[in-house]
Design a protein around this ligand. Structure first.
Ligand SMILES: Cc1cc2nc3c(=O)[nH]c(=O)nc-3n(C[C@H](O)[C@H](O)[C@H](O)COP(=O)(O)OP(=O)(O)OC[C@H]3O[C@@H](n4cnc5c(N)ncnc54)[C@H](O)[C@@H]3O)c2cc1C
Length: 400
């Protein structure tokens, strides 16, 4: 990407991805059971090398992937993103052994990953999580609890909820309280295989067909070999993962907005009313212009945030939060107006816009609700302003 435009190769790649999503992935998504993990769809994402790109590429490429897949098939987009969310902590903080054991299957779309942070009592305030990791030398994490490890195990007890891909995932990145300190300081990350004794789950039924469920941990044994990173450093692992994925949630939203916008352009140019087409009515044409302008602004903000992440810029948290906030709120606006400009046909079960109307709602809540993004932005702005004022004060002292 140069300045504010994608390169020719990137534009071409996005076009190929949109075509793949519509022609190859959409039919697989339609054969899946709503609200369940679609393994044939995941295997196709693996075969096409797209899951590999989630891990091998930077944030901008991840955004282009998510935006383009979302344009043609939201289910494929979501399946890809959830593999990334669940497995990125393993890539970033896992041991060589954990990476070798789990990541090839994730990349191939054979092994289903999940990211388990939220709890019934800890959503936006994730640092308040209560899932307890209680030290137990007999819990060595090899699953049989016979204590033949090195005597430094824990047992996990408590609940997780709203966990995408649960309870069907093959492993979970689980954030639990080992108690090195209060709040975020006392959280550790573990890789918990789904077949560990004491782990069970139940599916949850959502507005949009999303594979999601709750998990119950009843003394699940984990050992040092299951840790992702250092004990007490798990919250950092979760936040690093969310910093990468936040702009790409915005990209998902932009893909949906672009699909809704293109459908509206086509429909309003064709639908006849009052002796012309809907697009002849200025109120309609101006609304479409507004939808397009807002979508374009969101798209550019997402690319800018992703670019900042890839450059290792210092203002990633603020940019990522702005991109997610603007893109998800914009997509809601665009999809809602697209429904309005289509009239009744958009509300018929199975219509693209009926589908997008349900899909577009959740991204304003997950990975930090819009209000939480505003809090992050404001905090970063005031910290920056205080830093600048401090530096100006110092300069004044030096000058005197
Ligand atoms: C489809 C879907 C998939 C999900 N997948 C996962 C997953 O894979 N893994 C995982 O760990 N979690 C997942 N979640 C959970 C998600 O991260 C939480 O829903 C989210 O963090 C919000 O938490 P909550 O729902 O408990 O809402 P609460 O924290 O109870 O907040 C409710 C509302 O209060 C307001 N609010 C909250 N905090 C503030 C604030 N600081 N200032 C102002 N207003 C505020 C907001 O309007 C917010 O929507 C998923 C959720 C959904 C809907």
């Amino acid at each position: 990407m140069t300045g504010f435009a994608l390169g020719v190769d990137q534009e071409e790649w996005c076009g190929q991805l949109r075509a793949l999503a519509a022609e190859r992935l959409r039919p697989l998504a339609e054969k899946g059971e709503p609200g369940r993990v679609n393994r044939p769809l995941l295997a196709a994402l693996g075969e096409l090398g797209l899951l590999e790109r989630v891990f091998a590429s930077g944030a901008l490429e991840l955004c282009l992937l998510r935006e383009s897949l979302a344009y043609g098939c939201t289910e494929a987009e979501t399946a890809l993103a959830l593999q990334g969310l669940g497995a990125y902590p393993v890539l970033r903080a896992g041991s060589e052994r954990q990476r070798e054991r789990w990541l090839p299957g994730v990349r191939a779309g054979r092994t289903v990953a999940a990211f388990a942070l939220s709890e019934p009592g800890a959503g936006s305030d994730a640092a308040a999580l209560a899932l307890a990791a209680t030290a137990d030398p007999a819990a060595d994490g090899d699953g049989d609890g016979d204590g033949d490890g090195d005597g430094r195990g824990w047992r996990l007890s408590g609940e997780k909820c709203w966990i995408s891909n649960a309870p069907e995932a093959d492993f979970y990145t689980v954030f639990a309280r080992t108690g090195e300190g209060p709040g975020a300081k006392g959280v550790s990350a573990f890789l918990v295989p789904a077949d560990r004794p004491g782990l069970s789950g139940a599916a949850l039924d959502m507005l949009s067909p999303h594979p999601i469920g709750s998990l119950t941990f009843d003394g699940v044994p984990v050992g040092p070999g299951d840790l992702l990173g250092e004990p007490g450093r798990g919250f950092r692992v979760a936040m690093d993962t969310l910093n990468l994925f936040r702009p790409s949630v915005g990209a998902f939203a932009v893909g949906m907005a672009r699909a809704a916008l293109d459908a509206t352009l086509a429909y309003t140019a064709d639908r006849t009313a009052f002796g012309g087409t809907l697009s002849d009515l200025q109120a309609v044409a101006h609304r479409v212009a507004e939808m397009a302008t807002r979508t374009e602004a969101a798209r550019l903000l997402v690319y800018a945030a992703a670019g900042a992440y890839d450059r290792g810029a210092g203002d990633v948290p603020r940019r990522a939060a702005m991109a997610k906030l603007l893109a998800t709120e914009t997509a809601q606006y665009v999809v809602d107006h697209a429904v309005q400009l289509h009239g009744a046909v958009a509300l018929q079960r199975g219509h693209l816009l009926e589908h997008l109307y349900r899909e577009v709602r959740a991204p304003r809540i997950y990975e930090g609700a819009s209000e939480v993004q505003r809090t992050i932005i404001a905090k970063e702005l005031y910290a920056g302003a205080a830093g600048a004022a401090g530096a100006a004060g110092m300069a004044g002292v030096t000058a005197r």
